[in-house]
Design a protein around this ligand. Structure first.
Ligand SMILES: *[C@@H]1O[C@H](CO)[C@@H](O)[C@H](O)[C@H]1NC(C)=O
Ligand SMILES: *[C@@H]1O[C@H](CO)[C@@H](O)[C@H](O)[C@H]1NC(C)=O
Ligand SMILES: *[C@@H]1O[C@H](CO)[C@@H](O)[C@H](O)[C@H]1NC(C)=O
Ligand SMILES: *[C@@H]1O[C@H](CO)[C@@H](O)[C@H](O)[C@H]1NC(C)=O
Ligand SMILES: *[C@@H]1O[C@H](CO)[C@@H](O)[C@H](O)[C@H]1NC(C)=O
Length: 368
């Protein structure tokens, strides 16, 4: 065979060889997830379906885009964890509270409204909120530890080698509860190191018990979210950035994500054999708001909720998505934001894609 032809064949083979050796297929056999409403696939619907801050999520039009019914997810469709499961060829990961479920492909411990900090932190600081409950990060990890013997027992090392653990996002609720509880920005900012340390120590607690593949999620830009834009609006134009987002709340997020990135670097040194990625919400949401049409979102609606009432952000707590007579936009896939707080199926899909392939996660989960 002539040399040129051999060379061409080798070139054609390289991508396949690389693929086979980079251990990218099959990657994970199970997903274990912790978080709040961006991750909850049904726990809150089991724990407290009639809670005043939650019950609207169990009404249409929640779920209308994908499941054709409300499922307890705070979206019109799937969340990042659902899309990740599909990428990996796994079924949707059942909520950990569900009775009679098969958890052999993973469990989702996330609960709507959860915080990184313990419940007692909010009590001690006199912060009240209808969404606040005792399902914080450390409580969720405790649930996982209690369930562990029934999942893998003596074979956890082997089993977790092929399991992906997804931690968060945590932190956004902590900051929002403080904000709506009347705390100053200085106070909120001063808690960021504590919030991040709480996440770091939760990650450490998992990594000490055979967890080998972990993605830790960063917080979102709260200053671009309709609920914050509505209730913390400013008359001072210089409080807004060029995208129309409130700078000070985004700066808290940037600070949090910077500390989180440092914490993950420390964890990589402490657990050199573990693979730890950071999955972002901040960067994708900013990308969507900056260039909506690039991602299929309608320009001009990027700071508005699809489902809701009220001007100028289509958000009003007293007439919000899931309440009688509150409409949704005709095509949710053209909106970034679903209900003023949570994202659409379309947004979560692009974010999940970015986590798997690397645009929004470092390293990408497909090669973790
Ligand atoms: C929260 O739940 C945890 C774990 O179930 C429990 O140990 C703790 O006492 C609870 N805290 C409060 C304030 O109820
Ligand atoms: C908060 O959670 C941490 C982490 O699990 C735990 O060590 C600590 O005792 C808890 N603090 C309070 C006040 O409940
Ligand atoms: C876990 O392993 C222990 C010791 O081998 C055994 O006694 C126990 O029944 C097992 N538990 C489950 C849930 O399989
Ligand atoms: C928060 O605190 C950090 C560290 O002290 C500081 O660099 C940053 O400017 C503060 N951000 C805000 C919004 O106050
Ligand atoms: C508006 O905000 C800027 C900085 O955020 C501040 O320097 C300025 O004094 C504020 N103006 C008014 C009228 O409050």
């Amino acid at each position: 065979m002539n040399v040129v032809l051999q060379y061409l064949q080798l070139l054609l083979l390289i991508p396949f060889l690389h693929h086979a050796s980079s251990n990218s297929i099959p990657i994970f056999n199970a997903i274990f997830s912790f978080g709040s409403s961006y991750e909850d696939t049904g726990n809150m619907a089991i724990l407290a379906p009639t809670a005043p801050g939650y019950r609207n999520v169990l009404n249409p039009p929640y779920g209308e885009t994908f499941f054709n019914r409300p499922t307890g997810r705070a979206s019109d469709g799937r969340l990042v964890i659902d899309k990740m499961a599909s990428y990996l060829g796994l079924p949707f990961i059942p909520p950990s509270m569900a009775q009679g479920q098969d958890f052999s492909k993973g469990a989702n411990f996330a609960v709507f409204g959860s915080t990184a900090l313990n419940y007692t932190f909010f009590q001690q600081n006199n912060i009240r909120n209808i969404y606040l409950q005792n399902t914080s990060l450390s409580v969720q990890i405790e649930w996982f530890e209690n369930q562990k013997p029934s999942i893998c027992n003596t074979t956890c090392v082997e089993y977790f080698t092929k399991s992906l653990f997804a931690l968060g996002k945590f932190g956004d609720n902590d900051y929002l509860y403080m904000l709506s509880g009347g705390k100053t920005i200085e106070f909120i900012n001063s808690t960021v190191p504590l919030v991040v340390e709480t996440i770091r120590s939760a990650a450490e607690r998992l990594l000490k018990q055979e967890v080998s593949h972990l993605v830790v999620a960063g917080v979102r830009p709260n200053g671009c979210i309709p609920v914050v834009l509505t209730y913390f609006a400013s008359t001072n134009r210089s409080d807004y950035d060029s995208l129309g987002c409130l700078k000070v709340y985004n700066n808290i997020g940037i600070y949090h994500n910077t500390l989180l990135s440092n914490a993950v670097k420390q964890l990589r040194l402490e657990f050199p054999l573990a693979k730890i990625s950071i999955g972002q919400y901040y960067e994708p949401i900013i990308d969507f708001v900056r260039n909506p049409s690039k991602y299929g979102f309608t320009s001009g609606t990027q700071l508005r909720a699809c489902c809701g009432t009220g001007e100028p952000y289509n958000y009003n707590l007293l007439a919000s998505c899931g309440q009688a007579g509150v409409p949704a936009c005709p095509n949710p896939s053209t909106f970034i934001n679903w209900d003023g707080i949570h994202l659409t199926d379309a947004s979560y899909g692009i974010i999940a894609d970015g986590w798997m392939k690397g645009r929004y996660a470092d390293p990408p989960l497909l090669v973790l």
